[in-house]
Design a protein. Structure first.
Length: 410
């Protein structure tokens, strides 16, 4: 007999996006002529930057010649040329000293944020924001760090930190002690960002408690306000207590190409039960290289092109394109009379639903009356009830049309 890992049975069904798809298909079947516009997807729509395409083509040519062919990426943590470009452009340019040995290239921030918990003990207390990117929670459930889910969908054993209008969607450090803290700024789904002072409070809490922050900065490239930190390492002392995740997915349209990286500073330590401090970086590398053989050379060459002069200019144009959609969504909905958050430093707009209407009910209203698909906030956690998430990844024509329709029904 083979025993299943029963932790997987605690997982709530992947309910959100299948349910959105089901409702959308049912509506389309009943109204075949309706032109549905999706403002729910979290995937990019614009093509890769020409500089990236050129670099990838060149890399393919190199792979086609014996003299320049490359096999496994030695060590599996990424080519030096890419790690150097990251160090210089993402960190040094912002006054942060990161060594290339502290940067580990991977095929996605989803994998990295999901897998990171494996190297930490099962009895760590995990804290997450509510609403939350579900990967942080589900991977801890799979690992056995939680009990069952409650009716509200909250797992026993996890500390949920509500992100509400009152705290500007940025949680305060908890009164009690937690060990592993997932923070995501700019935030998916709320679009909120944390100031340097707010992050400094977290760094202070984490240092006092010998805890670790897992900082997901997948949307860093969307920050437009000058005072908002792009990296948690811009806060003094953060290198002692924080791991940072970045991705080329939303920065440079790599959702279908796959490339990301994680930064683990050398001084970051976790502890054995007998009180010994252990460097976290080598343990993550040990795990990474045991289970993963590296990102393809062609992909890494494409990622490095993001940091060239042309690459920077071109990816900025694409981000500006999405953010002009975000501005339009924010301003139009505001004029109609909705309260909206986000959309300034993130491609997500968090719309507050008026009059206590539930987020699925509002989703249905927008689908049935405006033929617009959104994402119900409740799908990201119980504190997301009362909100829907809109994304800025569409085309301006679709965004304008969707807003026009929402205006007519409001
Ligand atoms: N982190 C957050 C907060 C995200 O929203 C996403 C994707 O939607 C990811 C990570 C995944 O990034 P990647 O495509 O690099 O796996």
């Amino acid at each position: 007999m083979t025993w299943i890992n029963e932790n997987y049975l605690k997982l709530q069904a992947g309910y959100l996006f299948p349910e959105i798809g089901r409702r959308r298909r049912a509506f389309q079947a009943a109204h075949p002529d309706a032109k549905i516009i999706s403002m729910g997807i979290g995937d990019v729509t614009q093509p890769l930057a020409p500089a990236v395409v050129k670099a990838m083509k060149k890399a393919v040519e190199e792979m086609g010649r014996a003299e320049t062919f490359k096999g496994y990426d030695d060590g599996g943590i990424g080519y030096e040329f890419l790690r150097q470009a990251i160090r210089d452009n993402d960190y040094k340019a912002r006054g942060v000293e990161i060594d290339i040995d502290e940067i580990i290239i991977s095929d996605g921030a989803k994998c990295d944020t999901g897998n990171m918990q494996e190297i930490f003990g099962l009895d760590n207390v995990v804290a997450v924001s509510d609403p939350v990117y579900p990967v942080y929670v589900d991977t801890n459930v799979m690992a056995g760090r939680t009990g069952a889910a409650s009716e509200k969908g909250r797992y026993e054993g996890i500390v949920y930190m509500p992100c509400t209008e009152e705290n500007n969607f940025v949680p305060q450090p908890p009164a009690g002690k937690v060990d592993l803290i997932y923070l995501c700024f700019p935030n998916n789904p709320t679009g909120a960002v944390a100031t340097k002072e707010q992050l400094a409070e977290w760094v202070d809490y984490t240092r006092r408690n010998k805890a670790i922050i897992l900082f997901d900065a997948a949307y860093e490239a969307y920050i437009s306000e000058p005072d908002i930190p792009h990296s948690i390492y811009e806060v003094d002392g953060a290198k002692d207590v924080a791991i940072e995740f970045r991705s080329f997915s939303k920065t440079a349209g790599f959702t279908g190409v796959r490339c990301a990286f994680t930064v683990i500073p050398k001084q970051l330590k976790a502890y054995t039960k007998d009180g010994r401090a252990v460097e976290v970086g080598p343990i993550w590398k040990r795990r990474h290289c045991t289970k993963f053989n590296g990102v393809s050379y062609v992909t890494q060459a494409g990622a490095a092109a993001v940091y060239t002069k042309d690459g920077k200019k071109q990816i900025k144009q694409t981000i500006d394109f999405y953010m002009s959609n975000a501005r339009l969504i924010r301003e139009t909905l505001g004029k109609i009379g909705y309260t909206v958050y986000g959309g300034v430093n993130a491609p997500y707009i968090w719309l507050k639903i008026p009059d206590g209407v539930g987020s699925w009910e509002f989703f249905d209203t927008l689908l049935n009356k405006a033929h617009v698909v959104t994402t119900p906030g409740a799908g990201f956690g119980s504190a997301g009830e009362g909100y829907v998430r809109l994304t800025a990844f569409g085309t301006p024509a679709n965004v304008e049309e969707a807003l026009k329709r929402i205006k007519t029904i409001s």
